[in-house]
Design a binder for this molecule. Structure first.
Ligand code: ADP
Ligand code: MG
Length: 221
């Protein structure tokens, strides 16, 4: 589903070059869930951006669904993102001018994969039935993140990439949102790569890896 082979990433900064990822190897199979932990600034978000094809590695190869990202131009990468990936961020990134239901449908529309029955099912699973015509600002933080998760899964992607999806929520909402995310990932047989700095959040996932000094260290989970 997702393969990173000898991935390096170096940023150019006014202070000089900054090596962030230094030979990352990672394989995620269909239906696998993996927690990516590491200190702030260790490169977790950088790795997720590369996995999403939002940025390109300095060296090495990344394959999504059997497609080598380096062999695709940006429009082709964007198409692959729409068809195969769901993305969830710490900031919910909902569209404020769109209603709840239109936010939910957005990704599926872009992927040309709208499915009214699945949308209605998702609304119920998200606990948002009856709030179709609300706007994001009328929802609590937990509800907004639930909606963002639903939007990411509306097109039934094969891989969900989540960057600290519960980082902006209080502990109780975080637990609800995480439980829902994991249930929906199972239900859709989606693979999950989730960045978190919380061992509690990482615990229910199949595998746990630590990013340290630009390399991945495997942990028994
Ligand atoms: P994490 O998500 O683990 O906190 P990041 O991946 O956001 O870490 O950042 C890793 C390092 O790379 C940090 O030192 C950060 O300042 C640097 N970095 C991230 N993106 C860029 C960029 N576009 N240009 C320059 N440096 C960057
Ligand atoms: Mg980060």
């Amino acid at each position: 589903m997702l393969v990173l082979h000898q991935v390096h990433k170096t940023f150019s900064t006014p202070q000089g070059t900054l090596p962030v990822l230094n030979g990352i190897n990672l394989t995620l199979q269909q239906g696998d869930s993996l927690a990516l932990m590491g200190e702030s600034g260790s490169g977790k978000s950088t790795l997720l951006h590369l996995a999403a094809g939002l940025d390109l590695p300095s060296d090495g190869e990344i394959c999504i669904d059997g497609h080598a990202l380096s062999s695709l131009d940006e429009p082709a990468r964007a198409r692959l993102r729409r068809q195969s990936l769901g993305l969830v961020f710490q900031q919910f990134h909902l569209v404020p001018s769109l209603s709840v239901i239109d936010n939910l449908r957005l990704q599926a529309r872009l992927a040309g994969r709208e499915d009214a029955e699945w949308t209605a099912h998702l609304m119920a699973r998200l606990g948002l039935s009856g709030r179709e015509t609300y706007y994001p600002e009328q929802l609590s933080g937990g509800q907004q993140q639930r909606l963002a998760i639903g939007r990411a899964l509306a097109a039934r992607p094969r891989l969900l990439l989540a960057d600290e999806p519960t980082g902006n929520l209080d502990e109780q909402s975080a637990d609800t949102v995480l439980g829902l995310l994991l249930d929906l990932v199972k239900e859709t047989h989606c693979a999950l790569l989730m960045v978190t700095h919380s061992a509690r959040v990482a615990a229910p996932l199949d595998r746990l890896v630590h990013l340290h000094l630009g390399r991945l260290e495997d942990n028994a989970s």
